[in-house]
Design a protein around this ligand. Structure first.
Ligand SMILES: Cc1ncc(COP(=O)(O)O)c(C=O)c1O
Length: 366
């Protein structure tokens, strides 16, 4: 058999393939013995109404599964629009916010010059930019890891950042973002609010004031539905129409019938939602304090995770020690945070378990 060279191997691929750097998600271990505090899932799962909806769906599954779902997820769009007091033509729904992000990159960033995002952020952004050949530059954070919007390259045509920022959990006040969007009418700005429900502010209302902002949210974190894949975004009618045109050139039915119905029941359960957020925010504050008591530096988080480092212990030693004790946390390769660990806020007892393991490790060494 003839030898295959590296060049031969990719001869049937898009030439862009050689420069791809696919995003590497946190480990998904399907072993319930492990405590997963590595991918910012909600420790409580979704509202009980979601389970009721799924059971009802199963009873009618033959007729419901036979048909294609609503192409534009109209029923879910209506419910979301009502909840956020906007019009349904200002809402777009996708298969998780990762898909919404990809479609936004293709619709609004590709072919429009340079994109800027923070040096430390959600590492899916450079992967999508490379896929669509979007040139990008990164802007530096302040010494204390806060975003510094004055560092954004003036020549960039588009900007994206999560608020709160991914990896750090630090949020910028909405009025600062408001000013930035207003002062940069020629830049398209996307705020990724995957974690905004755990913070004090959302930029959704800005979509009524400015034509150059989109805000993306997800059911994966605050609504505990990462397994069902529903994400959504808000923007002007014009931007949303453009996004729909691109979606319909790619996949007409990105959100399945079950996920849509489940998302509707999740969004309608305000009481569960508020309780869940309060619980996670309270545990975050307790957990941060306890970590500080044993010497950790903890960044001020407005998300459902904390980024922490210890002056006397290397992050990979602590991560491996936790792994041996069947707890998963996440470490990132970027130099500035390579000695930090990102830990998802779990249930109070889960955080206590992690704390007790770390306390024991630290006391053994002293
Ligand atoms: C900042 C940020 N945006 C978007 C996502 C994607 O969320 P999903 O695709 O589950 O909606 C994540 C997931 O961790 C994230 O951290």
């Amino acid at each position: 058999m003839a030898m295959t060279t590296k060049k031969d191997k990719h001869k049937f691929f898009n030439p862009n393939f050689s420069t791809l750097e696919p995003y590497v998600p946190g480990k998904q271990i399907n072993d319930s013995e492990y405590l997963k505090l590595n991918t910012n899932e909600n420790p409580f799962g979704p509202s009980p109404r979601v389970k009721e909806t799924i059971i009802k769906f199963l009873e009618k599954s033959e007729s419901l599964l036979r048909l294609y779902p609503e192409p534009e997820s109209d029923s879910l769009r209506e419910v979301i629009a009502k909840k956020f007091s906007i019009k349904s033509n200002q809402v777009f729904i996708g298969n998780g916010s990762d898909e919404v992000l990809s479609l936004c990159f293709l619709s609004f960033f590709a072919g429009r010059g340079c994109l800027s995002f923070p040096e430390l952020t959600y590492s899916f952004y450079p992967s999508i930019a490379k896929l669509f050949k979007i040139p990008f530059s990164t802007f530096q954070l302040k010494k204390d890891f806060f975003l510094d919007l004055t560092n954004i390259d003036r020549n960039s045509q588009s900007v994206i950042f999560p608020n709160p920022n991914a990896i750090t959990g630090i949020a910028l006040p909405v009025d600062e973002i408001d000013r930035f969007v207003k002062e940069n009418p020629d830049k398209l700005i996307i705020i990724d609010e995957a974690y905004a429900d755990f913070s004090k502010g959302s930029c959704v209302s800005l979509i009524n004031n400015y034509p150059n902002i989109l805000v993306i949210q997800t059911f994966s974190k605050s609504r505990g539905m990462a397994g069902l894949r529903v994400g959504f975004c808000f923007g002007s009618h014009t931007l949303i129409d453009g996004l729909r045109a691109v979606k319909n050139s790619f996949n007409s039915y990105p959100v399945d019938a079950l996920a849509s119905l489940a998302a509707i029941s999740a969004i309608n359960d305000d009481v569960w939602f508020e309780d869940n957020i309060d619980n996670i925010v309270e545990t975050r504050s307790y957990f941060s304090q306890e970590l500080k008591k044993i010497g950790f530096r903890v960044l001020p988080s407005s998300a459902n995770f904390v980024l922490v480092t210890h002056p006397s212990y290397k992050a990979d030693i602590l991560k491996n020690h936790l792994f041996k004790n069947k707890i998963l946390v996440r470490q990132f390769p970027e130099t500035r945070v390579s000695n930090w660990l990102r830990i998802t806020i779990g249930k109070r007892e889960e955080c206590d378990l992690l704390l007790s393991i770390l306390k024991q490790k630290i006391s053994e060494a002293n």
